[in-house]
Design a protein around this ligand. Structure first.
Ligand code: SF4
Ligand code: SF4
Length: 356
């Protein structure tokens, strides 16, 4: 008797269909594979049927392509034939997070010590998990050490620090005080002119950038190398904004915003508490904007692993407009340089990036 079976992707491998092609996101290994829509449809049929006769599963015209893809999926350990599909349940796609705020950006360069204390206490109260500290032009070692020390007794999981390259040396400070701090997961040194100074530092904790970051207009670039192919990011992006959900930022002048690149301030840290700002409905309006609501992105096969920048938009007056700094066209599947695209010129002029 012939045994009927079906082809299944592993639970951590999820198909995302775009308008002209699809992806398989391997959320365990952090890889994205591009596949034709026809293959995505075949995988969907397999997912919905407990038993597919291998010979009936595809038409004779598509047989060769499907057989090749199945061999590829097996080789990459993305899927398998099974006669017991009920033994392989789907991944739970629910996302929840107990934190009130789970990530913060703090531009600490000009913030006074008393405000740093207030920021740290509030972030701890809000159970913040990740902090990005940004320094653009100078480093006040005492303030940075002080701010880091305020989180020793916190539930924080990681701190990323952007610091400027300084020839006359922050090397010992970096080695002795910053990189030894268990909370510091990454230091990005920008504007590097002489790599020899820093290239013996641990590569898993220090990233060197030639480009100088002078202010917050550097942010928001959509780059496939920065896609985050992980279960929490994928599941969060289905219901919430993949950049701004549960994010708060404190700018150089102490203004509290969704992100430093946004215009709207919800008060200054000297006068308003972060806790009060987080209760404001208006402040949370971006949190639930998903890529499925964004023009262009809703047709894109990368929408579950891509950042959704809401600060720089193709149409600045439409909060559901596509991120300005994306050069991808989901219709043609081509990546082009966003900054020279004539269709984006008006928005680029509007945001005026010349100062960076
Ligand atoms: S909204 Fe855009 S500019 Fe703001 S933090 Fe996110 S990616 Fe950066
Ligand atoms: S079109 Fe949207 S989802 Fe696709 S890569 Fe660009 S920003 Fe990301």
């Amino acid at each position: 008797m012939k045994i009927k079976k079906t082809f299944r992707l592993f639970a951590n491998c999820i198909v995302v269909e775009g308008i002209s092609q699809a992806t398989i996101c391997d959320l365990h290994r952090g890889d994205v594979y591009i596949i034709p829509l026809e293959i995505a449809s075949f995988l969907k049929v397999c997912e919905n049927e407990n038993s597919i006769d291998e010979r009936d599963a595809y038409s004779s015209e598509s047989k060769e392509a499907i057989t090749e893809y199945i061999d590829f999926f097996k080789e990459k350990e993305l899927g398998f034939w099974t006669d017991e599909p009920e033994s392989f349940p789907n991944l739970n796609m629910k996302w929840s997070s107990p934190e009130i705020i789970n990530n913060a950006i703090v531009e600490i360069e000009s913030i006074e010590k008393s405000s740093l204390l207030r920021i740290a206490n509030s972030l701890k109260e809000l159970l913040c998990k990740f902090i990005e500290i940004r320094l653009y032009n100078s480093i006040n070692k005492e303030d940075l050490s002080y701010f880091l020390s305020l989180f020793n007794d916190s539930t924080l999981k990681g701190i990323t620090i952007f610091i400027p390259y300084l020839e006359n040396g922050i090397l010992f400070f970096l080695k002795d005080e910053i990189l030894t701090n268990p909370l510091v997961s990454l230091v990005v040194i920008h504007g590097v002119r002489d790599y020899r100074l820093y290239n013996h530092l641990p590569k898993n904790k220090v990233k060197l950038l030639e480009k100088k970051i002078s202010n917050n207009t550097h942010c928001g670039i959509i780059d496939p190398n920065m896609f985050s192919i992980k279960i929490p990011v994928f599941t969060e992006s289905m219901k919430f904004n993949s950049c701004l959900n549960k994010k708060i930022s404190i700018c150089e002048n102490g203004d509290i915003k969704n992100c430093p690149s946004m215009g709207k301030s919800y008060g200054n840290i000297k006068d308003v508490s972060l806790t009060k700002v987080v209760k404001n409905k208006e402040f949370k309006k971006y949190w639930s904007i998903t890529k499925d609501q964004v023009a262009g992105c809703k047709d894109c096969e990368f929408r579950r692993v891509c950042t959704d920048c809401r600060a720089y938009l193709e149409n600045p007056s439409d909060i559901f407009s596509k991120p300005l700094k994306c050069g991808y066209n989901p219709l043609t599947n081509e990546w082009t340089e966003w900054s020279t695209n004539p269709l984006k010129k008006e928005a680029i002029d509007y945001y005026d990036f010349t100062s960076n």
